[in-house]
Design a protein around this ligand. Structure first.
Ligand SMILES: Cc1cc2nc3c(=O)[nH]c(=O)nc-3n(C[C@H](O)[C@H](O)[C@H](O)COP(=O)(O)OP(=O)(O)OC[C@H]3O[C@@H](n4cnc5c(N)ncnc54)[C@H](O)[C@@H]3O)c2cc1C
Length: 394
């Protein structure tokens, strides 16, 4: 690639200003590194939806110095209740209150995505006003022995020592270095919606997480924004679907029709979704990759390990990746050693998460007993929640 007057230089070229890219930028800044983050969207904004932050995620966000800001508007759900789809009967309850927080050293929070994203964004900007470049879409890159040169859609060329693709589920960086992207439609379509809790009956405004399960369908609902809004994700088996993305509009009536014979509380929530706030998307699945890096380029977050949402771990895994990778960058100089230690620490864990998320989706839809649920949860919880990204050996 030819150098021009339009060529800029920096050590770390981060592609994508989602939760993963911003976490990496902040983690590196906190280790006194300078970064540039390139985002293709014309402005930095997140979709309006909830995210569950398990203790491994809150521990990671705490180490980045943003948890205090996020928790101002978080909900502490206190418990998860699994309910029968027609009777509403409690099939299983898991404590997420004080004992849970004490056990893992960090809380479980339900938050609005915008709160996580804006806390990360504001912290990165406070460290360096000019390091996030919007309206910059990566279109190609080229590697030499000692540099990587990135080219953007506005003809800007940036030369750096490393390029990190945090460019999400349809990652161009992954396509270039791994040349594989064969997602399979899982047969599940998801609807999501968000509404003020005042639009629901009083008994449905509590902070707990409810998981309603029935044949080939389930719905997860919880409050965000300090309990002011209810968020839900409803999953149903639908044979044909071709689009993968979060922002396909749906109608409330269509979502309601899918859950027409479900408990009134479920139908109350779907009915209360504002007409312009009901979205649907097809759930696609990909197999784990065996490696993520090539010379001076690597990937992180959904770009590296897109996963189904059934264990609520996608954002958590991208924040963990960011912390571990930043530590590898400052510990080692040799690119091969940096990425080897990053991959050694992260690939097995995230591959496990991808496969477990796949299984969890199937389990939810054929659950028959309380024992199934309890043993499944206990096993997964320990491996997931105790992970300490700021302290694992790299
Ligand atoms: C319904 C649903 C519920 C979820 N719930 C949870 C949950 O409860 N808990 C949890 O931990 N996770 C959850 N997740 C997963 C989580 O949201 C994602 O895993 C996480 O946001 C991934 O972050 P990311 O930064 O890797 O990717 P993204 O957030 O997709 O960010 C990628 C960024 O890169 C930019 N970009 C793309 N291509 C280019 C390019 N060529 N040049 C420049 N910029 C580019 C994009 O515009 C985008 O801003 C959920 C996901 C879904 C779908």
């Amino acid at each position: 690639m030819k150098k021009t007057n339009n060529t800029h230089k920096c050590k770390y070229i981060i592609i994508g200003a989602g939760i993963g890219g911003l976490s990496l930028a902040l983690a590196l800044q906190r280790l006194n590194q300078q970064v540039l983050v390139f985002e293709k969207a014309p402005e930095i904004k997140e979709v309006g939806a909830g995210v569950m932050l398990t203790p491994n995620a809150t521990r990671s966000l705490d180490s980045l110095g943003v948890l205090k800001e996020i928790e101002k508007d978080a909900t502490l759900p206190k418990k998860t209740i699994v309910r029968h789809y027609q009777t509403g009967k409690e099939m299983s309850t898991t404590d997420l209150g004080d004992d849970f927080t004490k056990k893992y050293g960090h809380p479980y929070y339900d938050v609005h995505r915008v709160n996580i994203h804006s806390s990360l964004y504001n912290s990165v900007k406070r460290n360096d006003m000019n390091c996030i470049k919007v309206n910059h879409e990566l279109i190609d890159f080229f590697q030499s022995e000692s540099f990587v040169t990135a080219k953007f859609n506005n003809n800007l060329v940036v030369e750096g020592e490393f390029l990190i693709g945090c460019d999400g589920i349809h990652s161009l960086v992954r396509k270039i270095i791994k040349a594989s992207d064969n997602p399979n439609y899982t047969g599940n379509l998801a609807w999501r919606g968000l509404m003020p809790v005042e639009s629901l009956p009083e008994h449905q405004r509590g902070p707990e997480i409810n998981i309603w399960i029935g044949p080939k369908k389930h719905i997860v609902e919880y409050t965000v924004k300090s309990g002011r809004f209810k968020n839900y994700v409803a999953i149903s088996n639908v044979k044909d679907w071709h689009e993968e993305g979060w922002t396909v509009r749906s109608s409330v009536d269509q979502a309601l029709a899918e859950f027409k014979d479900w408990h009134q509380d479920v139908r109350n929530i779907i009915s209360a979704t504002p007409q312009d706030e009901c979205y649907k998307w097809g759930l696609f699945d990909r197999n784990p990759l065996g490696s993520w890096s090539e010379n001076r380029v690597t990937i992180l977050g959904d770009a590296a390990h897109p996963m189904l949402p059934f264990m609520a771990q996608g954002a958590a895994m991208s924040i963990e990746d960011a912390i571990v990778l930043s530590r590898c960058f400052v510990k080692y100089e040799n690119p091969r050693k940096i990425f080897e230690s990053y991959e050694n620490e992260r690939i097995d864990r995230t591959a496990w998460c991808q496969l477990q998320s796949r299984e969890a989706g199937q389990l939810f839809q054929k659950i028959s007993s309380r024992e199934d649920l309890d043993s499944d949860r206990a096993q997964r919880g320990k491996i997931l929640y105790e992970y300490d990204a700021p302290r694992v050996k790299v």
